[in-house]
Design a protein around this ligand. Structure first.
Ligand SMILES: [Zn+2]
Length: 113
C-alpha cells in the first residue's frame, strides 16, 4: 500500500527531528496534502496508526491539511486557484488552465513534548 510507505517516510522525519531537537513524544503532526498527491486519506490515517505504533509518535494525531491547486489561466494571464484538476478558471470560466503542482505531501509542523 502506497500510504504505508508514505507514513514510513513521515515517521523517519519525526525520528530524525526527535534526535535533532531532543523531544520524547509527538502529540500531533500536521501534514499538507495536495489534491493530486494521490493518497487516500482514510488509508493514510490507518497506515499512520500502524506505522507509529510503539514509536515516539504512538497515539499522536495526524491532521491533514488539504492544499488548493495552483494554476495558471491562459486567457486571464494570471495565477488562479482551483479545487479540482479539471476545474475551469474561477474568474473567466475558461478551461485553458494549466495546473502547477497539487502533488505536495509534506509535514507542516508537529506538536511535541
Ligand atoms: Zn481565467
Amino acid at each position: 500500500m502506497h500510504e504505508m510507505s508514505i507514513c514510513e517516510g513521515i515517521l523517519q522525519v519525526i525520528e530524525d527531528q526527535a534526535v535533532a531537537q531532543d523531544f520524547k513524544e509527538v502529540k500531533r503532526v500536521r501534514l499538507e496534502v495536495g489534491p493530486m498527491a494521490g493518497v487516500e486519506l482514510e488509508a493514510l490515517q490507518f497506515s499512520y496508526d500502524v506505522v507509529t505504533r510503539g514509536t515516539i509518535a504512538d497515539h499522536s494525531k495526524l491532521e491533514v491539511i488539504n492544499l488548493p491547486i495552483d494554476a495558471w489561466c491562459m486567457p486571464c494571464a494570471q495565477k488562479v486557484v482551483v479545487k479540482e484538476r479539471f476545474d475551469a478558471c474561477p474568474d473567466c470560466g475558461s478551461h485553458q488552465v494549466q495546473i502547477n503542482g497539487g502533488d505536495e505531501l509534506r509535514i507542516k509542523d508537529m506538536e511535541v513534548n
